[in-house]
Design a protein around this ligand. Structure first.
Ligand code: UD1
Ligand code: CA
Length: 459
């Protein structure tokens, strides 16, 4: 006997006005359907079946490595018809939790409470309801005089007295497996939309003497379905607020959570302080005691403890303990900064490893380089790593000193403890402990200013 989540996600989502299937639109950095999957998993449901239709190739491709099972609903004939497609994956004794792929705000705790209520009551079906001040668009919960569920009526089928009901169907249910698939065989598409409504299994079960429960949930925010981009933006706000609150509860400081944007999967250690206008995205992990921002954008990166990053962009890189970056650093994919590295203002680093204690303090481009320990790279230094066709590596060994405005024409190596004179264009290896200077000798021409002025007066 297993508990299985079936997530309905075959609809087109016309109101999104998009080529992307609705449930693939991202909220807080993740397709909305993945928020639903995560909630189901955290509630202890060990299998998740996705019913797909519109844009199914895209869903199956992009969600391929998420441990999901897919069934296809070729024609979208309604929510009841959607669940029918999953029948072959479900054993008669299983418990089925039906979810919609477009409700990313549902919490695992709520799913758990629903499951417990369902089990505790020994119900055949339990539907999660809530009260909304504006119930427009939702199915209404119609109860009998004793307060037991009678049926659910869709907005489009509802006469005015039913439209006046403020208790709505969240679209989230628990079912006893065998009973729901038997009841589905009895429903008919005789309604305003000509669809097989999943909600119609409930009166069928009641008629057959089975126990149907309503679980009234007090937090209306969670059941919000996303149908258009205004609701999408609302969900984004809610999820980001939740994420920030979770981090703050775990010891992260934020000067202004409203202007701090952190994706759901991101981890941040305690006593890290995040300044406003900062975006932290994707699979990023940040250590403790860091100061991040203001105005910083970090994507898919690992940041050690005690790192300071100001007004910088970091993408797919690894930053060691105690590094100091910015303002205005640009750290690109494949970069590894070891412990205590300084990357200062207007510096770009790409696919380079910079070892402990080295410094690139100002205005430099370091690409495809291996830089040793305690190296100083002067202002204006450029690794000339590209000849128009191929990329080449620059090696700078421990304790080297690269003078300001040096061009390092790769492939090239600067030996241990070597120095390059400011303004040099280095094309050949510099041996260890050596000074390399490559520039024309300075000529001083005396009286030049006077002669220049005379030429002006005569001309
Ligand atoms: C449904 C409920 C309504 C409830 C509301 C909650 C029914 C008949 N109505 O209405 O009572 O208040 O959800 O949000 O169930 N889907 C499919 N295949 C289909 C049709 C829908 O997979 O053939 C999927 C959609 O992709 C979506 C979900 O089912 O994820 C809900 O469908 P939607 O059309 O949005 O249902 P509502 O009209 O909102
Ligand atoms: Ca909906």
């Amino acid at each position: 006997m297993a508990e299985i989540a079936v997530i309905l996600a075959a609809g087109k989502g016309v109101r999104m006005k998009s080529n992307l299937p609705k449930v693939m639109h991202k909220v807080a950095g993740q397709p909305m359907v993945l928020h639903v999957v995560t909630a189901a998993r955290r509630a202890g449901l060990n299998r998740a079946v996705l019913v797909v239709g519109h844009g199914r190739e895209q869903l199956e491709n992009e969600l391929a490595d998420r441990g999901l099972e897919f069934v296809v609903q070729d024609e979208q004939l309604g929510t009841g018809h959607a669940l029918m497609q999953a029948e072959r994956l479900i054993a008669p004794s299983d418990t089925v939790m039906v979810l919609c792929g477009d409700t990313p705000l549902l919490r695992a705790e709520t799913l758990q409470a629903l499951l417990e209520h369902h089990r505790g009551q020994g119900a055949t079906a339990t539907v999660l309801s809530t009260r909304l001040s504006d119930p427009t668009g939702y199915g209404r919960i119609v109860r009998d005089r004793e307060g037991r569920l009678e049926r659910i009526v869709e907005e489009k089928d509802a006469p005015p007295e039913i439209k006046a009901i403020d208790e709505i169907n969240s679209g989230l249910y628990c079912f006893q497996g065998q009973a729901v698939f038997e009841a589905l065989k009895e429903i008919k598409p005789d309604n305003a939309q000509g669809e097989y409504y999943l909600t119609d299994v409930l009166p069928v079960m009641i008629k057959n003497g089975l126990q149907v429960e309503v679980f009234l949930h007090s937090d209306a925010e969670e059941v919000h379905g996303i149908n258009d981009r205004i609701q999408l933006a609302y969900a984004e706000k809610v999820l980001r607020r939740r994420k920030n609150q979770e981090l703050m509860r775990n010891g992260v400081s934020m000067m202004d959570p409203d202007s701090t944007f952190i994706d759901m999967q991101v981890e941040v250690g305690p006593d890290t302080l995040i300044y406003p206008f900062t975006f932290i995205e994707g699979n990023t992990r940040i250590g403790s005691n860091c100061v991040i921002g203001p105005g910083t954008h970090i994507i898919d990166s690992v940041i050690g403890d005690g790192v300071r990053i100001e007004r910088s962009k970091l993408l797919e890189c690894e930053i060691g303990e105690g590094c100091n970056i910015g303002p205005f650093g640009y750290i690109r994919p494949g970069t590894v900064l070891k412990r205590g590295v300084k990357v200062g203002d207007f510096v770009e680093i790409k696919k380079s490893v910079i070892d402990e204690g080295s410094k690139v303090p100002h205005l430099a481009y370091v690409g495809d380089a291996q830089v040793g320990k305690r190296v100083n790279i002067g202002a204006g230094t450029i690794t000339c790593n590209y000849d128009g066709k191929n990329k080449y590596v620059t090696v700078i060994e421990d304790d080297a000193f690269i003078g300001s405005n040096t061009n390092l024409v790769a492939p090239v190596k600067i030996g241990r403890g070597a120095t390059t004179g400011a303004g040099s264009t280095i094309t050949k290896e510099v041996p260890a402990e050596t000074l390399a200077v490559e520039r024309a000798r300075q000529k001083n021409i005396g009286g030049w200013a006077k002669r220049k002025n005379q030429a002006h007066d005569e001309g």
